[in-house]
Design a protein around this ligand. Structure first.
Ligand code: PYL
Length: 273
C-alpha cells in the first residue's frame, strides 16, 4: 500500500512555525501538541516529560524507493525536539544509519520509506506506525475541538490505515461512528463491527454529520454547501479534502498538518517503557 507521498513543499518551513502551530492547535482544540500525543497514546503527561529527559531519539534518512524527501528528517527531528527529546539525524542512511543510531545508543529510531513510517523502541521492540498514530492523534484533536466525542455523530472518510485507526479510537471514545470509502469493498470487513455505520452514498449523508475525519488522499472535493452547518473537520489526509475556499471559511474548525500530530503520537507510543 503506498501512502500519499509528502513533497518538500508540504513541509517547507514547518520547523520555523512549530510555536505558532502549537498555539493555533491549543486555540482550536484546547490541547497542546503534547496533550494530544498523550491522550492519543494513553501515556500520562508526567511519564512523557520524564521520558523526554531520559531517552535519546535518532532519525535515519532512507534512500529506498523514491528516496529522500528534502526536509523530511529535519522536520521529524524538529517536532521531536519541540516535545523535549534529545534528537539526532544519523549521518549515514538506511542500514548504515540504523547501525549508527544503535551505536550512538539511541533508545528510539524513526525512519520512513515510501510504504511505512515507523518509530522503533530499541529496548522493548515496540514499533509505532505513523498511520495508526496519525489516526489516533487526529481523533484526539477532534475530541478536544468538540469538547468530547461521546455519543457524537462522526463520519470517517477513507478506510485505509489512518481511517481505520481513527474509527477504532472513536469507538473507544464512545462516538456514534460511521465510515465511508469510495471503494465499497474497502469497508466490507468493518460491516458488522459493533455500532459502526457503513455509509455508501456520501452526497446523501455527508450533511448529517457534524464531525468529520477526512483520511482520504483525495484533494479538494468537500465544498461548504455539502457540509453540516456546524462542521468540525480533522483532516489528516493529504492533500486536504476541503476546497480552498471552504478551508478559508471554516479554518478555525479544521485540523490539518503534514507531519506534526502523527510524529508526536508516534513518539509518545514509542516512549512507553
Ligand atoms: C509519513 C508521510 C505522511 C504521509 N505520507 C508519508 C510519506 O510521505 N512517506 C514517504 C516518506 C519518505 C521519507 C524518505 C526520507 O527522506 O527518509 N525516505
Amino acid at each position: 500500500m503506498n501512502l500519499t507521498r509528502l513533497t518538500e513543499k508540504d513541509i517547507i518551513g514547518l520547523d520555523q512555525e512549530l510555536v505558532s502551530y502549537s498555539r493555533d492547535l491549543l486555540k482550536k482544540t484546547g490541547m497542546t501538541l503534547r496533550e494530544i500525543a498523550c491522550f492519543a497514546s494513553g501515556v500520562r503527561e508526567e511519564e512523557f516529560l520524564r521520558a523526554g529527559e531520559k531517552l535519546k531519539v535518532a532519525v535515519v534518512p532512507i534512500t529506498a524507493g523514491l528516496g529522500i524527501i528534502g526536509g523530511f528528517v529535519h522536520s521529524v527531528q524538529d517536532i521531536i525536539r519541540f516535545l523535549g527529546f534529545e534528537t539526532v539525524i544519523t549521518r549515514g542512511t538506511d542500514v548504515d544509519g540504523f547501525y549508527q543510531a544503535a551505536h550512538q545508543k539511541a533508545d528510539i529510531v524513526f525512519m520512513a520509506d515510501d510504504n511505512r513510517f515507523i518509530a522503533l523502541n530499541l529496548h522493548n521492540g515496540f514499533i509505532a506506525d505513523n498511520g495508526i498514530a496519525t489516526g489516533r492523534g487526529y481523533v484526539a484533536a477532534l475530541h478536544g475541538m468538540s469538547r468530547g466525542l461521546k455519543e457524537k455523530k462522526v463520519l470517517v472518510l477513507g478506510a485505509g490505515p489512518v481511517g481505520r485507526a481513527s474509527l477504532e479510537f472513536l469507538q473507544e471514545l464512545g462516538a456514534q461512528s460511521a465510515i465511508y470509502d469510495t471503494n465499497t469493498l474497502a469497508t466490507v470487513d468493518i460491516k458488522n463491527q459493533d455500532g459502526v455505520t457503513i455509509e455508501s452514498d456520501l452526497d446523501q449523508v455527508l450533511i448529517r454529520y457534524p464531525y468529520l475525519v477526512d483520511a482520504t488522499p483525495q484533494g479538494s472535493f468537500l465544498a461548504l454547501e455539502k457540509l453540516h452547518k456546524n462542521i468540525m473537520v480533522a483532516a489528516p489526509g493529504i492533500p486536504l479534502g476541503l476546497t480552498a475556499d471552504t478551508y478559508a471559511m471554516i479554518e478555525e474548525r479544521v485540523i490539518h498538518d503534514p507531519l506534526q500530530i502523527g510524529v508526536a503520537v508516534m513518539l509518545a507510543l514509542a516512549s512507553k517503557d
